[in-house]
Design a protein around this ligand. Structure first.
Ligand code: 6PG
Length: 473
């Protein structure tokens, strides 16, 4: 019975929720999971959506239950499992069928898969999906990479399941081949920076001001009503107010301070470095997660340097809390400017012609970094064609002028009182370097010429020159 409109392989958390979302929008969807127990459990929990779901016992049965040309979504772990699945599907699928990888794939793998499938008759789509479990179930943000023709074939179902912002679906075709997965990777890089900066502010409120988790949660809840309004601030407030059912202590106080990472943050930094685009706040956030994982070493070092500890004096908590809000906002602007600059560079490097304002628009709802602020970014790109950086858009100049003094104050106090602020301080340094017409690289050039005769340009005449370093070279 081949009457499903679409199929989905991989009934993990994201896959199950996406399948239910697709079913709820009135589509018949075939589902398959390598271990049949998972399929049974999924069906048992599907409630009144069961009628829209066609579980396959075998991959052959699954494929046969989809109406050709078949769109099949893969929601399996990124990496080798995707390649293995494609090998098997190639044998079962027919010309014109579409494989849609909706996992957190490395865009370089996606580019390779596009090449490998060229001439096979099969169509490939690399699709970034953001929003976690809730998003997958009720409306994620969807970033599509592939040919516009293949997108046109699945657009209806994808826009139906996507989140909505002012009734606009948060789903778009962003460019060919790896574009969708690249944009998702940078989304995650920004997500890392956002989360790290929030954690740094939490650190100041906990260790500098001495507030308890619930009180800090109140601060974040208040900020969520202002310019920092966003999903990540909202959940930070909720997390800080929650208690551990086992001990009754604040939940956050019983969680080990060692953060995991699956790779997308790191990829975003690797790719920005490869293109020579500074994304320092994102780099700092990735490095901070790595350092957080070195727990045993940190404990030893704390003892070794105990003599350096001194009483912290961050002054009047109320005025400090106001400054923290502005500081976080300034840091956030710098981090987003960096992320969007990486997107801009990749757009040129891979000839994707990425639609920057559309990217900002489809991140306004559904995804993890969703916020009001993304609407401001979308407008900046709409109003300023070919914007070199968000930092030069008039609205952002005004916002940075207002917020940077607080960021400077907080970073300075953090340095004085040994409160680590790696992402916020790198955001500030980036901003200060970016707005400095005359920096200090003249000295780097002189050094390079001194030890390696690399040559330099002069301010007063064109061409390449060498310095008067004499015979020392
Ligand atoms: C999203 C998230 C999602 C995933 C992160 C977690 O946009 O929905 O980014 O894709 O939760 O990749 O990544 P880490 O495990 O690296 O923090």
């Amino acid at each position: 019975m081949s009457n499903a409109e679409i199929g989905l392989i991989g009934l993990g958390t994201m896959g199950s929720n996406l399948a239910l979302n697709i079913a709820e929008k009135g589509n018949r969807i075939a589902v398959f999971n390598r271990s049949p127990d998972k399929t049974d459990a999924f069906m048992a929990a599907a409630g009144n959506l069961k009628g829209h779901l066609l579980p396959g016992k075998t991959l052959e049965e699954f494929i046969a239950s989809i109406r050709p040309p078949r769109p099949v979504i893969l929601m399996v772990n990124a990496g080798a499992p995707v390649d293995e699945q494609i090998v098997v599907l190639r044998k079962l699928m027919a010309s014109d069928d579409i494989i849609i990888d909706a996992g957190n794939a490395n865009f370089r793998d996606t580019m390779r898969r596009f090449k490998e499938l060229e001439g096979s008759g099969l169509t490939y789509i690399g699709m970034g999906v953001s929003g976690g479990e809730e998003g997958a179930r009720h409306g994620p943000s969807i970033m599509v990479g592939g040919s516009p023709e293949s997108y046109a074939r699945v657009e209806k179902v994808l826009t139906a399941i996507a989140a909505r912002y002012n009734d606009e679906p948060c789903c778009a075709w962003l460019g060919p081949n790896g574009a969708g997965h690249f944009v998702k990777t940078i989304h995650n890089g920004i997500e890392y920076a956002d989360m790290q900066m929030i954690a740094e502010i939490y650190g100041v409120l906990r260790d500098g001001v001495g507030l308890a988790p619930k009180a800090i949660g109140e601060v974040f809840a208040k900020w969520n009503k202002g310019k920092l309004n966003s999903y990540l601030i909202e959940i930070t407030a909720a997390v800080l107010k929650a208690d551990d059912p086992k001990t009754g202590k604040p939940m956050v106080d019983v969680i080990v301070d060692s953060a995991g990472q699956k790779g997308t943050g790191r990829w975003s930094v690797i790719e920005s470095q490869m293109m020579g685009i500074p994304a320092t706040a994102i780099e700092a956030a990735v490095a901070a997660r790595s350092l957080s994982a070195m727990r045993a070493e940190r404990a030893i070092a704390e003892n070794l340097y105990a003599k350096l500890n001194k009483a912290r004096s961050l002054g009047d908590p109320n005025s400090l809390i106001d400054k923290l809000e502005h500081a976080l906002f300034a840091g956030k602007i710098a981090a987003y400017a960096q992320g969007f600059a990486v997107l801009e560079a990749a757009s040129k490097e891979f000839s994707w012609n990425l639609p920057m304002s559309t990217i900002a628009r489809i991140w306004r709802a559904g995804c993890i970094i969703r916020s009001q602020f993304l609407d401001t970014i979308a407008t900046a790109y709409e109003e300023n064609n070919g914007l070199a950086s968000l930092l030069v858009a008039p609205a952002f100049v005004t916002m940075m002028q207002a917020a940077t003094p607080a960021l400077r104050h907080i970073v300075a106090r953090g340095a004085q009182d040994a409160l680590p602020l790696p992402a916020l301080s790198s955001a500030l340094s980036y901003f200060d370097s970016y707005r400095q017409a005359c920096g200090t690289a003249n000295l780097i050039q002189a050094q390079r010429d001194y030890f390696g005769a690399h040559g330099f340009e002069r301010l007063d005449s064109p061409g390449e020159f060498h310095g008067p370093w004499g015979g020392i070279q």
